[in-house]
Design a protein around this ligand. Structure first.
Ligand code: ADP
Ligand code: MG
Length: 362
């Protein structure tokens, strides 16, 4: 059941402080990035139209939908249509469901050509595009070694196990045949997992469904992937980036309209053993967790792109990752590196000190 946001609420808004060495595009994220309460927004729905929101646990994460509508029944149906689509995507591409289309491919594709759905085919094509773009930093065959990690049971593979699984990790092991719309793996031991792109895709599908239903202002989130349609009725949506080492604290708050943002963090699925953090974003070169960053957020036009790129940049590390982002028009990134330092792409300039002084005054 979607909740209706009643009354005229007041949201306290925080703005980013970037205490930067101006030219270097680097800031200390360990100094508090939060500037304090800068201004306060009033959210006053019109009498005949309201914000509706709902949250459900699907795809192993929290799916959240928020939308503006003047018709409660229509809002409820729209939210349910998005949730239904999320469940469909989970059923089809979950590696944890033995009967999913993805699991079937993992069972068979090393032995034979496996015909797959048009959607699955297109998703793999998109994933391969990011592999080529990043010279294999983004690689859905990471799962050939990735399946040996169990973050809940705090289990990581031995070096020997990694060495024997690693030949499977290479996106070139995937062969797609357009005429038969099929997939084949070129060697045994290859597994794929769409965890680095599927949530973003699901979010994009959610937004498309809402657009088809005539909704013009909405937000859809799946874990670290969010897409925003329109604004929040005259104001931007405010999206926070978590401080990777401070629980639920916000490190950066971004005002956004009509865009997508994805964050990949080493704090999402992890365990610590002997002081070493084992997390879920793996370097395809080593089969081990990528070590260059704590958190990577990517902004762009759609969530499939930002999801894949946040994982990609996380694997590449801040230097190579930012170099890639600067080559891509319409894409920006905020990286908190392994030491807690903040890096951001050239299109994201910090607020002018004068503007911040003004904002501080009531
Ligand atoms: P989440 O939203 O689940 O935190 P991210 O976008 O941060 O996802 O991506 C992490 C997920 O991506 C992992 O859980 C795994 O499924 C997948 N993954 C891990 N390493 C790679 C990689 N090198 N290339 C592509 N996908 C990866
Ligand atoms: Mg991602």
């Amino acid at each position: 059941m979607p909740r209706r946001q009643e009354g005229c609420g007041r949201i306290k808004v925080m703005q980013i402080q970037r205490s930067c060495r101006k030219k270097s595009n680097r800031c200390s994220a360990t100094f508090t990035l939060i500037f304090g309460l800068v201004f306060t927004l009033a959210v006053c729905p019109r009498a005949d139209a309201k914000w509706f929101d709902a949250e459900q646990a699907i795809m192993g994460t929290a799916i959240r939908v928020e939308l503006w509508s003047d018709n409660p029944q229509h809002a409820e149906e729209a939210i349910e249509a998005v949730m239904h689509e999320m469940r469909r995507i989970d059923d089809q591409y979950s590696p944890y469901r033995p009967d999913s289309e993805l699991s079937r491919v993992n069972q068979l594709a090393a032995k034979e050509k496996v015909p797959i759905s048009r959607e699955f085919f297109a998703l793999i094509q998109r994933a391969l595009k990011f592999s080529r773009l990043s010279d294999g930093a983004f690689d859905v065959t990471f799962a050939s070694v990735g399946y040996l990690y169990d973050y809940r049971k705090k289990r990581a593979p031995s070096q020997k196990q990694i060495d024997s699984a690693l030949p499977g990790v290479n996106y070139r092991n995937i062969k797609l045949a357009t005429t038969s719309q099929s997939i084949r793996f070129t060697q045994p031991g290859v597994r794929i997992d769409l965890g680095g792109i599927a949530k973003g895709y699901a979010v994009d599908r959610g937004i498309m469904i809402l657009q088809d239903l005539g909704i013009t202002h909405a937000l859809v989130t799946a874990g670290g992937d969010t897409r925003i349609m329109g604004d929040r009725r005259g104001r931007p949506w405010l999206t926070g980036i978590r401080d990777p080492r401070q629980g639920k604290e916000t490190a950066v708050l971004l005002p956004l309209t009509d865009s997508a943002i994805s964050t990949s963090g080493d704090y999402e699925r992890y365990f610590i053993r002997d002081g070493v953090r084992f997390h879920h974003i793996l370097s395809p070169d080593t089969g081990k967790p990528a070590r260059g960053s704590r958190s990577v957020s990517v902004l762009g036009p759609d969530a499939t792109t930002t999801d894949a790129l946040s994982t990609t940049v996380f694997v590449l590390g801040p230097k190579k990752g930012l170099a890639l982002i600067e080559r891509l028009p319409g894409i920006e990134a905020i990286i908190i590196d392994a030491k807690g330092l903040l890096h951001y792409s050239k299109g994201l300039q910090p607020p002018e000190p004068a503007a911040m002084d003004r904002a501080e005054k009531p």
